[in-house]
Design a protein around this ligand. Structure first.
Ligand SMILES: C[S@@+](CC[C@H](N)C(=O)[O-])C[C@H]1O[C@@H](n2cnc3c(N)ncnc32)[C@H](O)[C@@H]1O
Length: 220
């Protein structure tokens, strides 16, 4: 008689973890938000204008930081557990924002239709960042802007090596986040022009995700 081996189903498993990760997301960022990330979000998002699209909006931590006079705000989030929390955050806020189910690699918008794309802590996680950046450049108007806060590969060789060593377990824990991704190089290679970038530390967070790049890019 054949023995049936019950293996945990990887998709089911990852769904369970995705739900847990969404629930743990705000508490695990709590210290980092208070130690400076909230101020970074506030300073950057004050520059959003016109038709604004945020990719990978997560639980909606950026919502309170947008200026009131945007022409429109769309929050794209492909993960159902995150999106549920995001929808709740929008309902509880007084913001007129639309939540959609979309990954950054395929944005349901016409060419040159968006003034501001916002990406905070997202390009580390998208499966195909080069495709996502192409798509962002496609939807941006010629005078549009990408505003970003991303944690990036460390400039310090020693810490970059630790990021490489811990990339696997970190990605398993943080729903696919690649702590060693060189997002600034990807941006430079994407054909977009990085207009400005400041380097900061994400205080209050594990060292492998501490190096931050904050800035803006334009359609070249
Ligand atoms: C670390 S969280 C950042 C959430 C939020 N932007 C913030 O600043 O707190 C990464 C987010 O990217 C989303 N994500 C994952 N893959 C994505 C993709 N291909 N396109 C867009 N977002 C994606 C995840 O579901 C998650 O909500």
């Amino acid at each position: 008689m054949a023995t049936e081996t019950l293996q945990p189903h990887p998709v089911a498993d990852s769904r369970v973890w995705a739900r847990a990760f969404a629930a743990l997301y705000d508490p695990s960022l709590w210290i980092g938000e208070r130690a400076g990330m909230r101020r970074h979000r506030h300073d950057l998002l004050a520059r959003a204008r016109g038709q604004t699209l945020e990719i990978g909006s997560g639980t909606g931590l950026n919502l309170v930081h947008y200026p009131d006079d945007l022409d429109g705000l769309v929050l794209a989030e492909p993960d159902p557990s995150m999106r549920k929390r995001l929808e709740r955050a929008v309902r509880r806020s007084d913001r007129d924002a639309r939540v959609i189910d979309a990954g950054a690699e395929q944005l349901p918008f016409a060419d040159a239709s968006i003034d501001t794309v916002v990406s905070t802590l997202v390009l580390c996680t998208v499966d195909a960042p080069d495709e996502a950046l192409r798509e962002i450049a496609r939807v941006l108007r010629p005078d549009g802007q990408l505003l970003f806060i991303e944690h990036v590969r460390s400039d310090a060789e020693r810490w970059a090596r630790w990021q490489d060593r811990l990339a696997g377990p970190w990605a398993a824990f943080a729903s696919g986040c690649q702590c060693n991704r060189n997002t600034l190089d990807l941006l430079a290679a994407s054909g977009m022009r990085v207009a400005e970038v400041d380097r900061h530390k994400w205080s209050g967070m594990p060292r492998i995700v501490r190096p931050l790049a904050i800035g803006s890019a334009e359609v070249a």
